[in-house]
Design a protein around this ligand. Structure first.
Ligand SMILES: Nc1ncnc2c1ncn2[C@@H]1O[C@H](COP(=O)(O)OP(=O)(O)OP(=O)(O)O)[C@@H](O)[C@H]1O
Ligand SMILES: Cc1ncc(COP(=O)(O)O)c(N)n1
Length: 273
């Protein structure tokens, strides 16, 4: 049967998450797909690793073969197409290199948000230590926006960040690896504000929100990075995309809820409740 005639359908922005699976649904590609849907984008996923995790921690992690990652990526890009990519958990040096190769094949037109996921909120490792070099040398140069938290900024640069001056120093060191923009997330700094620094080396943009006392913050970084990718897919400039994503994640943290006995998820769908 053929489709009934009608006006051409508007197509939502297409956002691809290259990330690990979080069966608990708060972070990783499940969180990314919820974020994309909440913001009106069409989300797609390339699974890099399967994790068994919940509000209490990560209980197991199984990276996929590189061939499976390549096949998923090609299935999406050869047919559906992408307007922006977000990368999260890459698990190993081999997969980080594989993803860098695949992104190189996309060309420069498609914006890429790289969230250099190293450990989970509970401190469980999500990336092999020997992947650091591949991440720095192969993936960071392709990032339109790199979104490290303070620990990841420290791990990537050796700069120990304990305040806003340290965030500036770490951002400058990260820009030297080649990303167009760096967003250093200050969510883990003590104090009343959750302040993030965005810079491309020519100036500073600070995004500040009141720190919410909610402990249910599983998935904050994934939601923020994907929300940035959604706005870039729509054609927003990077500072505007980050501003919009910061408002979204701040609302999602304020509405985070207690599921399970530990750290519950942010509420990806808070805007429609
Ligand atoms: N309690 C809070 N209240 C308000 N904003 C917060 C809070 N905690 C984190 N944020 C903000 O959430 C965003 C994500 O930052 P965060 O530092 O939590 O990232 P992350 O550690 O990479 O997250 P994840 O652990 O989920 O990967 C940032 O914009 C940060 O400022
Ligand atoms: C698959 C996957 N990707 C990313 C995170 C980080 O999220 P969080 O730091 O909130 O645990 C995670 N826990 N699992």
């Amino acid at each position: 049967m053929s489709n009934p005639p009608g006006p051409p359908r508007a197509v939502p922005p297409r956002v691809l998450s290259v990330a690990g699976s979080d069966c608990g649904g708060g972070a990783g590609l499940q969180g990314d797909l919820k974020t994309a849907a909440a913001l009106g984008a069409y989300g797609m996923s390339v699974v890099t690793a399967v994790t068994a995790q919940n509000s209490q921690g990560v209980h197991g992690s199984w990276p996929l073969p590189a061939e499976a990652v390549r096949a998923q990526f090609r299935a999406v890009t050869d047919d559906i197409g992408v307007d922006a990519v977000k990368t999260g958990m890459l698990a190993s040096a081999e997969l980080a290199g594989t993803v860098a190769d695949l992104l190189a094949g996309l060309g420069d037109r498609v914006p890429v948000v790289v969230d250099p996921v190293g450990v989970s909120k509970h401190g469980d490792p999500l990336l092999a230590p020997d992947a650091l070099r591949t991440l720095r040398e192969r993936l960071l140069p392709r990032a339109t926006v790199l979104t490290p938290n303070l620990d990841e900024a420290g791990w990537l640069t050796g700069v120990r960040v304990t305040g806003e001056d340290g965030m500036r120093e770490a951002a400058a060191a990260l820009l030297a690896y080649g990303p167009r923009w760096v967003l250093v997330k200050g969510g883990h700094l003590p104090g009343g504000a959750a302040a993030d620094l965005l810079t491309d080396g020519t100036g500073e943009h600070w995004f500040r929100a009141a720190r919410h006392p909610n402990r249910h913050t599983h998935g904050t970084g994934c939601a923020l990075a994907t929300a940035i990718a959604v706005q870039l897919a729509r054609g927003a400039a990077v500072p505007a995309a980050v501003g919009s994503a910061k408002r979204y994640v701040t609302g999602a943290i304020a509405a985070g809820f207690p599921l399970g006995g530990g750290i519950g998820p942010v509420d990806h769908g808070w805007r429609s409740r």
